[in-house]
Design a protein around this ligand. Structure first.
Ligand SMILES: Cc1ncc(COP(=O)(O)O)c(C=O)c1O
Length: 301
């Protein structure tokens, strides 16, 4: 199945199976790679990428935060994404971009070369749960979110995902879909690969930037909620706020809004009224039915 797929690697297409790195590469053996994932949607006249500019900006920012140098400009990356979607004749699906040091680095910690860049087109499939509106369950993870003074948490870096992996494994072992991480200061941060929102007394609340990945979906939901007249607050939230929330949902690029039906031993409406409104609005935006947000879908030519 993957044998016909092509991967964009440093400016040329190669077969999916050939897109590998040496085990001793810095990217693999030190997990120093950075990445982005965003949605491709079928729209009028062809494929569109959801907020691709924002995702490419974040990729550039991840490189800057880690002292790494990208080999391609945002414009070149955008063109490469369009070529990758076209070459793979992909409809709905995800683009995953990886930027990494593919060269071997046995003892060197710091490399000066520009990053290798790979772009993968991953067509929609069951396991991706794209646009899945089904409610999920969530718990508080026993693991704390990486402290922002230990690594730049705003960088979408592979190494940061060991933290997310542990939270997800811990949640799964307790029978929950998602583990929500609290920072070492006791305030809520995010999930392994999702932002978290709660609703209390009609106000939509989410932890502030600085302790979390600057999620594009999170920002989109805050913008949509404001446009709909829903009061929003980005504020430090103690973990207890989750226990007294009227509604909870998580958000990431694949599903946008995932309502939480069970948080620890508490049952919640899923979706609750505000989550439902946001789900419907995001659905309309992605169906090209909201002129005010049509710039979020970038045509891939
Ligand atoms: C830790 C973390 N938080 C939040 C998100 C959501 O970010 P985005 O909306 O850009 O998908 C992700 C996505 O992968 C993530 O890994």
């Amino acid at each position: 199945m993957t044998s016909t797929r092509k991967v964009w690697l440093n400016g040329a297409f190669i077969g999916w199976e050939a897109a590998t790195v040496p085990l001793l590469s810095h990217g693999f053996s030190r997990a120093s790679a950075i990445f982005e994932v965003f949605g491709i949607h079928e729209g009028p006249g062809g494929p569109f990428a959801f907020r691709m500019d924002e995702h490419l900006n974040r990729l550039m920012q991840s490189a800057r935060l880690l002292g790494m140098e990208m080999a391609y400009s945002r414009k070149e990356m955008g063109q490469a994404v369009a070529q990758t979607v076209k070459t793979n004749a992909m409809g709905r699906g995800l683009i995953k971009i990886l930027a990494y040091w593919g060269q071997e680095a046995v003892v060197q910690l710091v490399l000066e070369s520009k990053l290798d860049t790979a772009i993968f087109a991953i067509p929609e499939n069951e396991a991706l749960h794209l646009d899945d509106p089904r409610p999920i369950s969530a718990c508080l993870s026993k693991w704390r979110k990486l402290h922002p003074e230990t690594v730049p948490v705003a960088a979408k870096a592979c190494a940061n995902y060991l933290n997310g992996y542990l939270a997800r494994r811990d949640a799964a072992s307790r029978g929950f879909d998602v583990g929500l991480l609290v920072g070492t200061d006791g305030f809520l941060a995010e999930g392994s690969m999702e932002s978290v929102f709660l609703v209390k007394g009609g106000v939509l609340k989410t932890p502030p930037l600085g302790r979390i990945l600057p999620s594009i979906t999170r920002r989109s939901i805050l913008q949509v909620a404001s446009a709909m007249g829903i009061p929003v607050l980005e504020e430090a939230l103690p973990a207890e706020a989750l226990f007294s929330a009227d509604e909870i949902f998580t958000a990431h690029t694949g599903t946008k809004v995932s309502p939480v039906a069970r948080f620890e031993d508490k049952t919640l409406p899923a979706p609750g009224p505000i989550s439902k409104k946001l789900m419907e609005k995001m659905g309309r935006i992605l169906a090209f039915q909201e002129d005010a947000f049509k710039d979020w879908l970038i045509p891939l030519k």
